[in-house]
Ligand binder design. Structure first.
Ligand code: MN
Length: 285
């Protein structure tokens, strides 16, 4: 057992999205990406009255990567230019492959709008390599109860993607990645093996942990590890929720503008033109 040491501690900055605020630990000035992961937004937990939509994201395009939503509390309604429409409930995941282009909207679900309540989730952007950027767009909805569980004493791992501890995650990804939603009760300890060639980080949604039997870290921080070592060790000092993100780095140039993530500025210009010409579809919501 050889723990990976900490490379960077990423503090979340607060980003104003219009109707709500999100914590953004990635990217930062110093860490533009943890390839293949480009961006993480943590929204909520926020409690709202009936009739208020704290999400309210109207139609917007994406190209060249995979926007993934992990909903922890509340309800979200998704619609897109492929004609998909779905409701996410607490614990569900929306895995979208933007590929060559999709337009979608995300709003609070009708049930949430009528009843109000607490909403909390994460949006993660996972990059696609050059060969997959222009793939057919697709949308997968994953129910909480279909995610494989690996249970330990006081620890529950939900394996979203990758081969890990003898299990296979529910989502097949274009490039190899291991994504785990880990819940730890106070006093619970776990050991997370990570392949040596994978980049790795964890984001702490709530609670507090001791990392590698060493320092402790509170909620809101992302810990980015060096690539030396075979695992990380986590102990919950409180009831804790973390997201574990590991993946084989995509070693390619990165060109990003707003909702488009490509390899060159020329491809960004093409994406803007294709969107304006309606090549990513038409969709009003
Ligand atoms: Mn989006």
């Amino acid at each position: 057992m050889n723990y990976r040491s900490v490379s960077h501690i990423l503090e979340s900055s607060i980003i104003d999205m219009g109707s709500f605020q999100v914590k953004q630990p990635l990217p930062t000035q110093k860490v533009p990406q943890i390839s293949p992961f480009l961006l993480l937004h943590h929204f909520g937990p926020i409690k709202v009255e009936p009739g208020f939509d704290p999400i309210d994201l109207g139609p917007h395009p994406h190209r060249g990567f995979e926007p993934v939503t992990f909903l922890y509390q509340g309800g979200i309604r998704h619609k897109d230019s492929l004609g998909n429409e779905g409701i996410l409930e607490a614990g569900d995941i929306q895995w979208m492959t933007a590929g060559r282009g999709i337009i979608h909207s995300e709003r609070a679900s009708d049930f949430f709008m009528e009843n109000g309540g607490t909403i909390e989730g994460i949006q993660l952007w996972a990059n696609l390599s050059a060969q997959d950027k222009m793939t057919q767009p697709k949308y997968q909805e994953i129910r909480k109860n279909d995610i494989p569980i690996i249970a330990e004493n006081k620890v529950t791992h939900r394996l979203v993607s990758g081969n890990w501890n003898g299990e296979k995650g529910i989502v097949d990804t274009f490039s190899p990645m291991i994504i785990i939603q880990t819940s730890i009760l106070t006093g619970g300890k776990t050991h997370i093996p990570i392949p040596e060639n994978f980049n790795a980080c964890i984001y702490i949604l709530s609670g507090k942990i001791i990392l590698n039997n060493n320092f402790d870290y509170p909620a809101g921080k992302m810990i980015y590890f060096t690539n030396k070592g075979d695992s990380i060790g986590i102990e919950g000092l409180e009831d804790t929720e973390i997201l574990v993100l590991c993946g084989e780095p995509i070693e390619e140039p990165l060109a990003q503008y707003g909702p488009f993530v490509m390899n060159s500025q020329t491809e960004i210009m093409e994406a803007m033109r294709d969107y304006q010409m309606g090549k990513m579809g038409f969709y009003i919501d």
